[in-house]
Unconditional design. Structure first.
Length: 366
């Protein structure tokens, strides 16, 4: 039996290298993974402390309405319970959005490069994908607006953008929302929201009342450090949420995950501390790259997209053999770059040394 025709043209997600495999292959005792923008400082210590003391009933299905986490989050964000949807990571919400709104004959617009799951899921649903190149890593909002037609169903804004790290300026976002036709659902993916400098925060959730065609996606996977538990959420108008609930699996977040997220949400000190350290370590790395004369994109996140003197794949390999797993930009649509997650202070000191060595070796060749 054949599946949809498009399945022959798409392939499964290629996971980053696994630490144990790399250790064996290159005979290394210590490996640092800086490839998936996870929080190098882990997650709130309260999560494990409190989960240990709780009574768990793993034989029983989870609360499919995510009642308690929903209430905590609604209170924190000042929205109504029915304006929230939860997913097994915001990845699953991307999938739900495509399933609910896209089908053959309609189209969807996104930046390139951007988060690859938008394109992938849109193609699975048979929609036409229009990709608008970024300019210095920033969304070209004018060109995106220009690409809209009567069959456009979803427009994806990733801000800050993965893999470039750049944020859509507030005023540009407001202007975009004012001009975007109401028949187009605007998905604003803020997976790196917590890392945004306060003065650049568009406070997008406050825009939901004025713009019923806006949905904001956020996640517990990045700053909150709970990538392994899989939980993300969307905030929107209650009608959009209601549409998404039709395609949502009934028990799509686990009971353990729901409990962990509530605890993590309460420990804002951990988040503030992670953000502060990320910023300091990122600035230090940027100064070092400036000294080397290497370019990098503006970043409001916990990663940097860095231009490399040799190909992204070769830089990846150079670092891999020396104990660091990063993302080559080649596969992300960014030739001669790597995407590097900001790690701990120690990890970054070592990475700086390696980048310095690579710089020397490659300058000699010229
Ligand atoms: C990491 C990431 C996500 C997905 O996170 P989940 O773990 O599925 O919540 C979504 N969008 C962007 C831009 C990301 O970088």
């Amino acid at each position: 039996m054949n599946g949809k025709l498009i399945l022959n043209q798409l392939s499964q997600y290629q996971p980053g290298k696994q630490i144990e495999d790399v250790k064996k292959e290159y005979n290394l005792s210590h490996i640092v993974k800086l490839a998936s923008n996870e929080n190098p400082f882990g997650y709130s210590s309260k999560v494990e402390e409190q989960l240990m003391g709780m009574k768990h009933s793993f034989n029983v299905y989870p609360d499919g309405y995510t009642t308690n986490l929903r209430a905590s989050l609604a209170k924190k964000l000042h929205v109504m319970d029915n304006q929230l949807i939860f997913g097994s990571g915001s990845d699953e919400i991307v999938q739900m959005l495509c399933r609910a709104y896209l089908y053959p004959g309609v189209n969807t617009i996104m930046a390139t490069p951007t988060f690859p799951q938008y394109r992938h899921n849109a193609l699975v649903e048979g929609a036409v994908v229009t990709e608008i190149p970024t300019v210095n890593g920033y969304h070209d909002l004018e060109a995106m607006l220009h690409a809209i037609d009567s069959e456009t169903k979803i427009i994806w804004l990733c801000s800050p953008n993965n893999p470039t790290g750049s944020i859509i300026p507030k005023d540009a976002l407001y202007d975009f929302l004012n001009r975007c036709p109401k028949h187009v659902l605007v998905v604003l993916d803020e997976a790196y929201y917590e890392y945004i400098d306060q003065e650049l925060d568009p406070e997008a959730i406050n825009l939901i009342t004025k713009h019923p065609n806006l949905i904001v996606l956020r996640t517990f996977s990045k700053a909150y450090g709970l990538a392994g538990l899989r939980v993300g959420y969307g905030v929107s108008n209650e009608n959009t949420i209601s549409n998404l609930n039709v395609v949502r699996g009934p028990f799509n977040t686990t009971s353990l995950t729901q409990q962990a997220a509530i605890i993590a949400l309460e420990d804002q000190e951990f988040i503030q501390n992670s953000i502060k350290k990320n910023k300091e370590i990122k600035q230090d790395l940027q100064h070092y790259l400036d000294e080397l004369g290497w370019n990098y994109y503006d970043s409001q996140t916990n990663f940097l997209l860095i231009s490399t003197p040799i190909s992204g794949d070769d830089t990846f390999q150079y670092l891999l053999e020396r104990g660091f797993i990063v993302r080559s930009g080649e596969g992300l649509g960014c030739p001669n770059t790597i995407r590097l997650t900001i790690g701990s202070e120690d990890d970054m000191e070592q990475i700086k040394t390696l980048l310095g060595k690579l710089h020397k070796e490659t300058s000699k060749e010229i």
